[in-house]
Design a protein around this ligand. Structure first.
Ligand SMILES: Cc1ncc(COP(=O)(O)O)c(C=O)c1O
Length: 491
């Protein structure tokens, strides 16, 4: 037997022994890591960490047994990683994943199914389609709709706008963008969303050859929602200027405010202007499972919706989906390859609907979670987080050294430290406070801008936290701020 065979699972009795042992060692390292964890980050100086990682040689001569590499992964990498499960790791839309999803990840990596074609996936193709059909039902697309898993919101937004662009070019002039490239009027195409819509829409416009100029923004209210009254005049103004607003984007959960746009009103205006209506529900899509689902009213009228399961559905990264109300629009993404998805194939090849070829079986994570946890339980977790966020906002309001900057909508708190000595500029102080807390391993907070001011952000995605955890976090922030040395004056 070649020595390298030990590095693979072989079919048949005993062929998984090396795997079993490696996974047992891995599980031990991981549990040890969480049991010993005291902080959301070890506090090691970033430069020292970089040097320690660079010191691990990657040459063939330095190869160690797998058990030793697993130990290194635990002690050097795991211990110095950002610990999303820690109560004071609360910066981003970056969730502690559920165990059901992690278990699915183990199946996925061992079996390594690829969702481009049936002959690389078998059951996996049907599982993904089953989950997608369930999502279509949930979002009000049953019958006409379809979807596909994505690597997350970025890919979903790109796919939605790409399909919208090609749909619009076909409708306007019978132009086939996939075959012939951009239409002659491409520089006039415009996408309209709110000022708080996600940056990946602009990125999508750039990638699609329309340029970032194609993204036009409508103002947002202080709470982060779109000023819907400004949408109609914006669309009319663009048309008057000879431009073509072909897509309107509503956001169900903006990244900072968690703001949910008035989707019903936006849908009506988009329809009036014969524009594609896309909803970015990367963050807020999970409201559909909660008591707050009425806040998404109108989403069923969208032509496309994206959802991130690696946000409020508590799945390991990466895991997202795009849904289309009319499954026929997936034809804009269809490319045939003789070796993969022949027209004559009887069995389904999901590559027909995706911009990826080789694709992970992320649907198994959602399937496992729905089977073992259940949609109602996820909905209850979301409701709990929404309520808890309001209570945490109360804690912030009660502290004179902190100022709440916006009323929370979903599960984010925007605030800043204001108890600084007069000489210190607030923006600079809050920036230094966040970085100081991070580097010292005390707390991992978000930082953003609210109304032109530097803001700190708590993104509350961990359903296992108590109010005591938040009291403690706010104590730590205020204590650290009180001891933060003054800014160094430029020489
Ligand atoms: C509203 C919104 N849309 C899209 C995205 C991009 O999603 P992803 O990071 O999964 O690519 C994010 C990311 O936070 C988001 O908040």
């Amino acid at each position: 037997m070649q020595d390298w065979q030990q590095h693979f699972i072989r079919v048949g009795a005993g062929g998984s022994d090396d795997y079993r042992q490696a996974m047992a060692t891995c599980t031990e390292q991981i549990t040890a890591l969480f049991e010993a964890a005291q902080a959301p980050y070890s506090g090691i100086d970033p430069l020292a960490l970089r040097a320690a990682i660079a010191r691990q040689p990657l040459s063939q001569e330095s190869v160690v047994p797998l058990a030793a590499a697993i130990e290194e992964a635990g002690t050097l990498i795991g211990r110095n990683s950002i610990l999303v499960q820690h109560p004071h790791c609360i910066a981003h839309l970056h969730t502690p994943p559920m165990i059901a999803g992690m278990v699915a990840d183990r199946f996925m990596s061992a079996q390594n199914q690829s969702l481009d074609s049936w002959d690389q996936s078998g059951a996996a193709t049907y599982v993904e389609q089953h989950v997608i059909d369930w999502m279509c039902e949930l979002f009000g697309y049953a019958g006409s709709g379809d979807g596909v898993f994505t690597s997350g919101g970025t890919q979903g937004n790109i796919m939605a706008l790409l399909i919208a662009r090609d749909w619009a070019a076909h409708r306007i002039s019978g132009h086939d963008v996939q075959r012939d490239g951009l239409p002659p009027y491409f520089s006039k195409l415009r996408i309209v969303g709110s000022a708080k819509s996600h940056f990946t829409l602009r990125k999508a416009a750039a990638l699609m050859g329309l340029g970032q100029q194609a993204m036009v923004t409508v103002p947002s209210h202080p709470d982060g929602t779109m000023v819907v009254e400004a949408l109609e005049p914006t669309l009319a103004g663009l048309r008057q200027a000879g431009l073509i607003p072909f897509a309107v984007v509503g956001t169900a959960g903006t990244t900072d405010h968690g703001a949910v746009d008035d989707l019903r009103s936006i849908a009506a205006i988009a329809q009036q202007h014969q524009a594609w209506f896309h909803v970015d529900a990367a963050y807020g899509g999970a409201l559909m499972l909660s008591r707050a689902r009425h806040r998404l009213a109108g989403i069923e009228q969208a032509d496309s919706v994206i959802v991130d399961f690696h946000k409020l559905w508590f799945q390991p990264i990466s895991c997202g989906a795009i849904l289309l109300k009319d499954r026929g629009h997936f034809r804009h993404l269809l490319h045939r390859a003789e070796y993969l998805n022949r027209e004559s194939d009887e069995l389904p090849n999901l590559v027909d609907k995706s911009i990826s070829a080789t694709r992970r079986f992320d649907a198994l994570k959602v399937w496992m979670t729905l089977r073992a946890v259940g949609a109602a339980t996820i909905g209850a977790m979301v409701d709990h987080l929404l309520e808890q966020t309001q209570a945490v906002a109360g804690l912030v309001r009660d502290r004179p050294a902190l100022r709440l900057l916006a009323r929370p909508s979903l599960s984010t708190i925007l605030f800043r430290y204001v108890g600084v000595p007069q000489a210190d500029a607030l923006d600079d102080f809050n920036r230094r406070l966040r970085v100081g807390l991070l580097k010292a391993g005390v707390a991992v907070l978000g930082e953003t801008m609210v109304d032109g001011q530097v803001a700190l952000k708590l993104t509350i995605l961990n359903p296992c936290l108590s109010m005591g955890d938040f009291e403690q976090l706010l104590d730590k922030i205020t204590d650290f701020a009180a001891r933060l040395p003054p800014a160094q004056q430029p020489a």
